[in-house]
Design a protein. Structure first.
Lengths: 172, 666
């Protein structure tokens, strides 16, 4: 076998290893949503307090649509206080925060709302319809919907203060 | 107590592995048999220690010793005993322990069986196996110790992942795969030993045939049972999703299949020596790659159960394996020249060569599809996902080509096949396959791929039957035996050949099942009120009511359905949803009514909490059962081919064209 053949056989291993090593730096769960930039799917939601909300009614307001569940520990527990804080800060500027509780028991969900003293509207999605329309992989996921009803940004995993603030201010 | 003993035995085993490597290298260099024997002793002791460690772990699990972190995470007071026992492979640390044990078991078997027969190779084989053991023992000793303790001791554990405690097949799928993965270490070790000693003749090839077949058989069990588990547990109605980890188990299976075929060419014709060593290295590296993918979390997969620190270590191990092995290979490349050449394009050798190209092409396509998201992100910064369409588009034609070769390969002659012999062998099967395919067409099968798949599977099946019938007839003519006696003697006198043919028959069944169930499936998802029904194919599915109850470790909501076929009640089916306290999502339990003709598959998608409605997904998938049947036929065939022969001399004579192969004599 020619020396160059031998060498190239051995050297061909390197790019493969580099590629795999690169994999450690990435997060495979971050999948781009095809919905970003498109009109948000319409939804209608009956809240735990009996009121109802729909995207139609909210046209003209930026909306933070957060998918959560009481069993989603720890991520949903981490972001809940930030969501409440953002709601308190920006509600006067027209921001709407809506929580969609998925695949949950009512009692557990209400205990979760009570625990974090969530005052923004929250409602269950019993048939999973909204969840499916928005292509939610898992909780928590959060959609930032612009005033004109198009999706500005999708966040997978727990939100932190920084992202929340930045994205809301981009939409206001 | 358990933790201390467990950690101690893992460390001691690691120390013994390192000791064994040192003494066997020393023994080889100084030609000191005593040192080599000592290294073999190390292999046995590692087996003893790892058995002890596994038993300790089981004692911890069954005895609910929640001071062990692994037990606290993977067992709970409510978990049934069966699932507590199999929680050993429910997570990373336990799986590594199982892996170590399997490797130690196989290492012990190899040393016991082969040390007398392969005096030159065995010291090297032992060294290589000890190196692999040392790596896994290192993982178990440090980054992924199964015997880590926690304090304060929790009163109860979290219990295993519900997906893993929902189906008895979980007792078979992971161990089958691991045994398949681990099993390939042995042919690899022999390949390395052949490279190191320079004894690159046919000796190592003959020795590893059985070990490779065993590894291949275990891998087959693992893959098929995994598909069945996915079908019966995950509730999407499918058995294969081209998920990265599934692909990772298919990769060594494909290259291993290629290896099993080309070693026959090397035995017969002393060709493809370089290629065989390369294949065994690639196959082994792919088994490690499979584990790496499962455990590193670098790709998104249903199997990425844990992200952990072992990923980089695995990568280093893969890198080292590839570099060392391929360096040795190129170092020895001058000794790996073929001693003969292809005589004719129409011959078994060339069929095997094309089969190899296709298998490797298949494997490459799967590897590329699996790693493409990573490649795309690394090179272009764009996240993509590669799914079923890619894999099906690329692999279905390759698969059909393989199927064709599988049908003709075993029946055409070595070196050169004459037109007359081709006609004699294939006229009948071809005729029947055409008639069969015509009937498929008549009954509404359309499309090139499905028709081709049916035609080629039929063709394969007919050729296999024809071989058996001809063999039995010939025996009866010569000996006057009864049909069954003739059949069993025929098979046992040519185990390799007839075992192989039976494996091919299994593959034909498998392909028929896969084709029919994916091309002709019916699917409907409907929300029903009690008393309402849906119609799907021949079946009327009536929703009767919901029932719900609390079990010790979970809460169950069940939909009760009655199935009618032409107004005749045929079954009651009860798909359910199970809610586990520690888990995020309810786990669906599918109800499947399987017949040889078709499966009716019900999933309870959702339900109204007051019981007034239920959404049910119903699927009819024809011939799914043939996939599992095909799997078992493949296993049966490989068992026949592995089975040791008692009358060696007699076999050598009777096996005719395999007379070259003489087990144990080399």
């Amino acid at each position: 076998m020619a020396t160059w053949k031998k060498l190239s056989l051995l050297l061909s291993i390197i790019p493969l290893l580099l590629l795999l090593a690169y994999g450690f730096k990435t997060n495979p769960r971050e999948v781009p949503s095809p919905l970003v930039g498109r009109p948000a799917p319409p939804f209608a939601l009956t809240m735990f307090d009996g009121n109802s909300n729909s995207l139609e009614q909210l046209r003209g307001k930026p909306v933070v649509l957060n998918f959560w569940a009481s069993w989603c520990f720890p991520a949903c527990y981490e972001e809940a206080p930030h969501l409440e804080a953002a709601w308190q800060t920006y509600r006067d500027q027209g921001l709407m925060v809506i929580g969609v509780d998925i695949q949950d028991r009512d009692a557990d969900a209400k205990a979760f709302i009570e625990r974090f003293k969530l005052s923004f509207p929250n409602g269950p999605d019993p048939q999973g319809k909204i969840t499916i329309d928005y292509g939610v992989y898992g909780v928590p996921e959060t959609f930032f919907i612009r005033k004109d009803g198009t999706i500005h940004y999708k966040h997978v995993g727990a939100l932190n203060e920084k992202v929340l603030k930045a994205k809301i201010e981009e939409m206001l | 107590m358990i933790a201390t003993l467990g950690r101690f035995s893992v460390w001691l085993a690691l120390a013994l592995a390192v000791y064994g490597i040192c003494v066997s290298v020393l023994g080889i260099r100084r030609h000191r048999p005593a040192l080599i024997e000592s290294a073999e002793g190390a292999v046995f002791s590692i087996f003893g220690l790892s058995t002890f460690a596994v038993l300790l772990m089981e004692a911890g699990l069954v005895g609910h010793d929640f001071s062990l972190e692994y037990v606290a995470r993977n067992a709970s007071l409510d978990t049934p005993l069966f699932y507590t026992i199999i929680a050993l492979w429910g997570a990373l640390e336990g799986s590594i322990l199982l892996w170590i044990w399997l490797l130690a078991l196989m290492g012990t078997l190899v040393v016991m069986i082969e040390r007398k027969r392969q005096r030159e190779l065995m010291p090297y084989v032992t060294t290589v196996l000890l190196c692999i053991s040392a790596f896994f023992l290192f993982l178990a000793a440090f980054p992924a110790s199964p015997f880590t303790t926690i304090s304060p001791v929790p009163p109860d554990g979290r219990g295993p992942n519900p997906l893993l405690q929902n189906h008895p097949l979980m007792a078979v799928h992971p161990p089958g795969l691991y045994a398949g993965y681990v099993g390939w270490s042995i042919p690899y070790a022999f390949g390395m030993a052949a490279l190191m000693t320079g004894r690159l003749g046919e000796t190592w090839i003959r020795t590893v045939r059985r070990w490779s077949l065993a590894a291949w058989g275990f891998l087959t069990i693992g893959i098929i049972v995994g598909g069945r588990w996915s079908y019966e547990v995950l509730g999407w109605g499918g058995y294969w999703a081209w998920d990265p980890v599934e692909n990772a188990s298919l990769l060594p299976w494909l290259t291993g299949t290629a290896f099993l075929h080309t070693i026959m060419i090397q035995e017969r014709r002393k060709m493809l020596k370089f290629w065989n060593v390369a294949l065994v290295i690639i196959t082994f590296a792919l088994t490690i790659f499979g584990t790496f993918l499962t455990r590193s979390g670098i790709l998104s997969s249903v199997h990425a159960f844990s992200d952990s620190a072992v990923g980089p270590l695995f990568l280093i191990f893969i890198g080292l394996t590839l570099f060392v092995s391929f360096s040795l290979l190129v170092y020895r490349s001058d000794k790996l020249q073929a001693e003969s050449e292809l005589d004719s394009l129409v011959s078994r050798e060339s069929a095997f060569l094309v089969n190899n190209l296709l298998l490797l092409g298949f494997a490459f396509a799967v590897l590329l599809g699996t790693l493409f998201p990573l490649l795309s992100e690394a090179v272009r910064g764009v996240k993509v996902s590669v799914g079923e369409p890619f894999f099906n588009t690329v692999n279905v034609p390759i698969g059909l080509g393989l199927l064709f070769l599988m049908a003709i390969g075993p029946l055409i002659a070595w070196r050169h096949a004459s037109l007359e012999s081709l006609r004699r062998t294939f006229a009948g099967p071809l005729y029947l396959a055409v008639v069969g395919t015509g009937m498929c067409w008549f009954f509404g099968v359309r499309g090139l791929y499905p028709l081709l798949a049916f035609a080629l599977s039929l063709f394969t099946a007919v050729t296999v039957f024809q071989e058996f019938i001809r063999g039995v007839r010939a025996r009866r003519r010569n000996t006057g035996e009864g049909y069954l006696t003739a059949l069993s003697r025929l098979t046992s006198r040519g185990r390799r050949r007839y075992g192989g043919l039976i494996v091919h028959l299994g593959v034909a069944f498998l392909v028929i099942g896969i084709t029919a169930s994916s091309v002709f499936k019916l699917e409907q998802e409907v929300t029903l009120k009690p008393g309402e029904s849906l119609q799907l194919g021949r079946y009327q599915v009536r929703f009767d009511e919901l029932s719900a109850w609390q079990e010790p470790h979970r809460f169950v909501v069940q939909g009760n359905f009655t199935i009618f076929n032409a107004n005749q009640k045929v079954a009651e089916m009860r798909p359910a949803k199970r809610f586990y306290p520690a888990e995020q999502q309810p786990i669906g339990t599918v109800d499947v009514r399987s017949t040889m003709r078709e499966d009716l598959y019900l999933v309870l998608s959702s339900f109204a909490k007051d019981g007034t409605s239920a959404t049910v997904k119903a699927l009819v998938r024809p011939l799914v059962m043939w996939i599992w049947v095909g799997g078992w036929v493949m296993i049966l065939g490989s068992l026949i081919a592995i089975w040791p022969d008692r009358r060696r001399v007699a076999v050598t004579e009777a096996a005719g064209e395999y007379a070259v192969w003489q087990p144990g004599r080399s």
